[in-house]
Ligand binder design. Structure first.
Ligand code: CUK
Ligand code: CUA
Length: 763
């Protein structure tokens, strides 16, 4: 009986192995057959697949639409890397939860009102000489006229500025070639300064505007004082772009609803959509921002909400502002890499219009104007300044450029296509279908002075049938397209599960230099030293009447302090510094039912303030699985009920008693562990480990852990000297915890060195 059982087990395992080996031996042809893949699919897969540990050539920053965030993903793998919280709280990163980031979100209050969402549209990378430099990222909020500055050193939002005069915007953010200014143009006209006027006075009282936010690169902040706006007519301004090369110093903003229609469907009038598209033309605004900055600096402005606004009349008199007709309901306005042309797509036109900067400039210089608009702004003769019109298809919106000269790509919303064409010659070269209804498109660094070509991403508004259904709200679809050859090739569909992205910007990975860890005790939201940082050993609890402030640290796998006693009604603040130096060793911090969440990356100090208005024993804990004893990374906030006479000591007492035998056992374990660690250290030291920066950082971390182990060992020995086996055993345990962390790192180093062909070096 027994032998039969044995045999059948053996047979079963043989069969199991057999099946395994068959599936392991499945070759490419088998997989293609099983999954119904074509040669073309395989080629696309090979062009995007990134093996483990591999890196992407480009990093994309995509607007997260109504999420108020930014998405970061890699190209060509299309793997999501991060969401950057901007206008919206994001608990994982502690954004809008720690005291420090609440201050940033509060910068975004409009007229005293707290706004905790945003409709992000157009990210813009900071530029040097017209090329992205990897330092900063800007993004606008269409719903609530605001602009944010994100540092690309840590991918965190550093500043939110509120537009002082607009109540709605869209044409932002676009940067001038050296990031001197960040452009933010209005959308729906309003009374400047967010005032009131009846719609019957629309033509006189309602206005558009464009704001030029001065960027102070050294400080990494927008300088609100040195920023200014220009009053514009109540045409609905839309997208903008900054000139470059020959057109540097100028900016371009298109508009729709030059009809200045005011709707009124409830009064039996035709809706906005009819009245705003009745005429054949709208206006491209051509603005000399360099001269405007001088005019503003000379004080030729009026102040609205304390902000410098160049009145429309001054803008006309000073020769800052011109208009050019553009075909019906235009959308994108994109300056070519060489700055010689501006391409505008007309949503209700089948053409893109290529304007020539040389011709525009000549007409302005010669004061050759076809007419004036009702506000006295000179209008250039469209025919005189056009280079070409290119018939592309239905619903041309946005345009991006290739690394090859004269090649542009324009999205066709209605046709659900991307058109590739030669804008110098006015010749269509190729079209590809996308799925579906594309808004923006993006080529690599494709809005800069030196596009990198290679890939194009179609930011499609509708996914319809592309993905597994997830209910009536579908993801968006970002499609990756190979543009290296004559024909565009579709490579990959990426479902985007966040907001409705509008624009995105890509940068070559090697231009980004993100931090690995913060300088010890950094307030990441300001980038400055936090006044609340403490080093391990100097943690403290400061008590004032009605107020308890904790200056603590976090390190694998404990907080110091662990027990915090307060009285009901106290205001409690935890300032916690992550004292780790190891890469990716982030801790979190949350007090159950009270407050959270802090994200404490290595070196960061963050704070949590709340009123302890409910008595009870509340646990706090680390919210990131940081180590084997992560679950033990815990503590208690003891909120003592009002009027409680403190008879019972709240001091911690031990439930378990340890003897000398327990102590000896742990001590021996530690000595044995040390022998293992010594052998690993000996191996590492015998190699050329210093040639591997990753290993050097890990070794640093291990040395930290061993120093901590040494401190605990000293405490262990002290307790033993006094015959205190209780404290001695507990400290011996802590000593061992540090050893385990060091050993863990040591093994990671050993594996790394073996996998990367480390050599033995002669002693
Ligand atoms: S907009 Cu959305 S597709 Cu805000 Cu640039 Cu054109
Ligand atoms: Cu620290 Cu989990």
């Amino acid at each position: 009986m027994r032998s039969i059982l044995k045999t059948s087990v053996a047979v079963a395992s043989l069969v199991g192995w057999g099946t395994l080996s068959v599936s392991a031996a499945e070759n490419l042809a088998d997989v293609m057959k099983r999954r119904g893949l074509s040669q073309k699919d395989l080629l696309a897969a090979a062009k995007t697949y990134t093996p483990t540990g591999g890196r992407d050539e480009f990093v994309v920053f995509s607007s997260g639409g109504q999420s108020g965030q930014i998405m970061v993903y890699g190209v060509p793998s299309m793997r999501l890397l991060k969401y950057i919280a901007v206008f919206t709280p994001e608990p994982w990163q502690g954004f809008g939860f720690d005291d420090e980031s609440k201050k940033i979100l509060d910068q975004g209050k409009i007229d005293g009102r707290e706004i905790r969402w945003g409709d992000t549209h157009h990210p813009a990378l900071s530029e040097t000489n017209g090329k992205p430099d990897g330092e900063f990222l800007f993004i606008n909020d269409k719903a609530n006229p605001r602009v944010a500055v994100v540092s690309l050193h840590d991918f965190e939002t550093q500043q939110i500025v509120v537009n002082p005069i607009l109540q709605s915007e869209h044409g932002g953010t676009f940067v001038t070639p050296n990031s001197e200014y960040v452009i933010e143009a209005a959308q729906y006209p309003g009374v400047l300064g967010r005032g009131y006027a009846p719609l019957s006075e629309f033509n006189d009282k309602f206005r558009g505007a464009v704001t030029y936010w001065k960027f102070d690169r050294a400080k990494g902040r927008i300088d609100v004082e040195k920023s200014f706006s220009i009053e514009l007519p109540p045409y609905t301004q839309d997208l903008a772009d900054a000139g470059k090369g020959p057109s540097d110093g100028w900016s371009f903003i298109n508009s729709f609803c030059a009809e200045r229609y005011v709707g009124g469907i409830e009064q039996g009038r035709p809706p906005f959509e009819a009245g705003c598209s009745a005429n054949d033309a709208d206006y491209l605004h051509v603005i000399n921002w360099k001269k405007a900055a001088e005019v503003a600096a000379a004080g030729k402005t009026t102040k609205i909400n304390g902000h410098d606004v160049i009145p429309m009349k001054t803008a006309i008199d000073e020769g800052l502002l011109f208009l050019i007709a553009e075909p019906k309901s235009p959308h994108g306005a994109d300056v070519t890499p060489d700055g010689k042309y501006i391409i505008v797509g007309g949503k209700l036109d089948t053409n893109v219009t290529v304007y020539s900067w040389e011709k525009i400039k000549a007409a302005i210089d010669a004061k050759q104007f076809a007419s004036k608009d009702p506000y006295g702004i000179p209008i250039l003769d469209m025919k005189q300044v056009i280079h070409k019109q290119v018939q592309l298809g239905l619903g041309p919106l946005h345009t991006q450029y290739d690394s090859k000269p004269c090649i542009a790509y324009t999205s066709l919303y209605v046709d659900s296509q991307v058109a590739k064409y030669d804008y110098c010659e006015g010749k269509v070269l190729d079209k590809i279908s996308v799925h579906y209804n594309i808004g923006h498109l993006m080529t690599m660094e494709g809005d800069s002075a030196a596009p990198a070509g290679k890939y194009l991403v179609a930011l499609n508004k509708l996914a319809i049938d592309r993905f597994n259904p997830v209910g009536p709200l579908h993801p968006q679809n970002h499609q990756l397209i190979d543009i290296t050859g004559d024909k565009m090739e579709l490579l990959y569909d990426m479902p985007v599960p966040l907001g409705e992205p509008h624009y995105a910007a890509a940068i070559a990975t090697d231009k980004l230099k993100p931090l690995i860890r913060y300088k010890y005790g950094t307030d990441s939201r300001t980038g400055l030293d936090s006044p609340f940082a403490v080093r391990p050993g100097s943690e403290k609890i400061v008590r004032e009447p009605g107020k308890v402030t904790v200056f603590g640290t976090a390190i694998r796998s404990h907080f110091t302090p662990e027990i915090v006693e307060v009285n009901e009604g106290d205001e409690v603040t935890f300032h916690i510094t992550n004292s780790e130096r190891a890469e990716d060793e982030t801790h979190g911090f949350a007090v159950s039912t009270y407050a959270g969440n802090l994200s404490l990356e290595p070196g960061k100090t963050a704070s949590l303030t709340f009123k302890a208005d409910r008595p009870g024993a509340f646990s706090f804990y680390c919210t990131e699985f940081c180590s084997a004893l992560h679950l033990e990374m815990e503590g208690y906030l003891m909120v003592k009920p009002k009027g409680l006479v403190d008879q019972v000591s709240a001091k911690a007492t031990d439930a378990v008693t340890y003897t000398k035998a327990d102590f000896d056992k742990q001590y021996k374990t530690n000595l044995d562990t040390q022998t293992v660690i010594d052998s690993v250290v000996k191996y590492i030291m015998s190699t050329n480990y210093k040639d591997f920066p990753t290993v050097v950082a890990l070794v640093e971390d291990a040395v930290d852990q061993l120093n901590f182990a040494k401190e605990s060992r000293d405490k262990t020995d002290d307790a033993a000297k006094k015959g205190d086996w209780q404290q001695g055993t507990l400290w011996a345990n802590q000593w061992w915890q540090y050893q385990v962390k060091a050993a863990d790192i040591g093994l990671r180093v050993k594996t790394y060195l073996e996998e990367h062909g480390a050599k033995t070096v002669a002693k």
